[in-house]
Design a protein around this ligand. Structure first.
Ligand code: SF4
Length: 355
């Protein structure tokens, strides 16, 4: 009896690996461009749809590969238009992605791990613990699954890697996914400046990211001294603020770009006038803009959001020191889609939940 062929997910292949695989069957390299176009630009979920390939090539592909698709098990719509999607992957684990409407476009926030090992005290995902890294395919499927209605005037133009997980702890898969996302010939043609990767501060990988990609960097800083940051973010015990500032100073920043510093404001923890002054001094040598994110209360945390007056006083100190500072009210708070609230546990539902 012929052994059953174990198939691989073709969405885990890079263009080079597909070209190399095709060459084993004497199939010319240009075929890989056609295949990738079907997979990403036309989002084909069946090799039979690839009508500009000969039947024998389609059959060969189907014999060795499948096209990864995970199941969307729930979708929730926030009062502000934010939509949160819960996906079940092939092994049953769940991840979430969030589609955020902006004035003229959509931004999609994607996950890079199921759960997270970093243990940030303010984050709901941290309570899941680490389950596993997402594959290149699973990272990309979140984008491929995002169907924008044809009559919608907004398009999906921006991607942020700020969902579940620490992207730089899954570096290889994230890098490969970014290569497809930004590839004009083989991939999804997103400009690097339209993609932002947010990290809790895995310093050596930040250097790598600057060397390997042209995406924007966001650093989840949240404190201006090691004592406070150690308490909020265990990663700081390994890579302290000085090492984080050093990599930010030396980061391979493209012209006219700045590093986004994210600062979740927590009542009584990091929101004082002194904290604002320390932050201002700390960031002076860095080309940075600052996003202040008032803490989103959730049932897994005792932390609270500061008063509006405290937030504005903090912002004004930074503005007086010539920083660009935005107060970012997280969208989708009513459906737990806001920053730090993803946890992959939305109730399974066949129908769409309305907030
Ligand atoms: S904030 Fe990010 S890095 Fe920290 S635990 Fe949550 S998902 Fe992980």
């Amino acid at each position: 009896m012929k052994p059953t062929q174990v198939k691989d997910d073709i969405l885990n292949l890079s263009p080079d690996r597909l070209i190399e695989w095709l060459s084993r069957y004497d199939i010319r390299p240009y075929r890989s461009r056609q295949i990738f176009k079907w997979l990403y630009m036309r989002q084909a979920d069946d090799f039979d749809r690839m009508t500009d390939l000969g039947k024998s090539v389609r059959e060969l592909l189907a014999e060795h590969f499948y096209i990864g698709r995970f199941e969307k098990v729930a979708e929730e719509l926030s009062a502000d238009g934010t939509r949160k999607f819960l996906f079940r992957m092939n092994d049953g684990r769940r991840i979430e992605s969030v589609l955020i409407p902006e004035k003229s476009h959509y931004t999609l926030c994607i996950s890079t791990q199921a759960g997270c090992a970093q243990g940030c005290r303010f984050c709901r995902t941290a309570h899941l613990g680490f389950e596993r890294n997402l594959t290149q395919s699973e990272i990309l499927q979140q984008i491929l699954q995002m169907k924008i209605e044809p009559d919608d005037t907004k398009r999906l133009t921006n991607i942020v890697l700020m969902g579940m997980g620490e992207p730089l702890a899954n570096y290889e898969n994230v890098l490969n996914a970014l290569n497809i996302l930004t590839n004009n010939e083989y991939g999804l043609k997103f400009a690097g400046r339209r993609i932002t990767l947010s990290t809790s501060g895995i310093v050596p990988r930040i250097y790598d990211l600057g060397a390997d990609t042209a995406v924007n960097l966001a650093v989840s800083l949240n404190a201006a001294d090691d004592r406070t940051r150690n308490m909020l973010m265990p990663i700081n015990r390994k890579y302290n603020i000085e090492s984080l500032m050093e990599v930010c100073r030396n980061y391979n920043l493209r012209p006219h770009r700045r590093i986004t510093i994210e600062y979740i404001m927590i009542k009584g923890i990091n929101d004082s006038v002194l904290d604002a002054k320390k932050l201002s001094k700390l960031l002076r040598p860095i080309r940075a803009k600052i996003n202040l994110i008032p803490f989103n209360s959730h049932d897994k945390s005792q932390f609270e959001r500061p008063s509006q007056k405290t937030i504005e006083t903090f912002q004004n100190i930074l503005i007086d020191n010539h920083y660009t500072v935005m107060i970012r009210e997280s969208k989708g708070r009513d459906i737990s889609a806001a920053c730090g609230q993803l946890q992959g546990k939305t109730q399974d539902r066949d129908s769409i939940g309305r907030a």
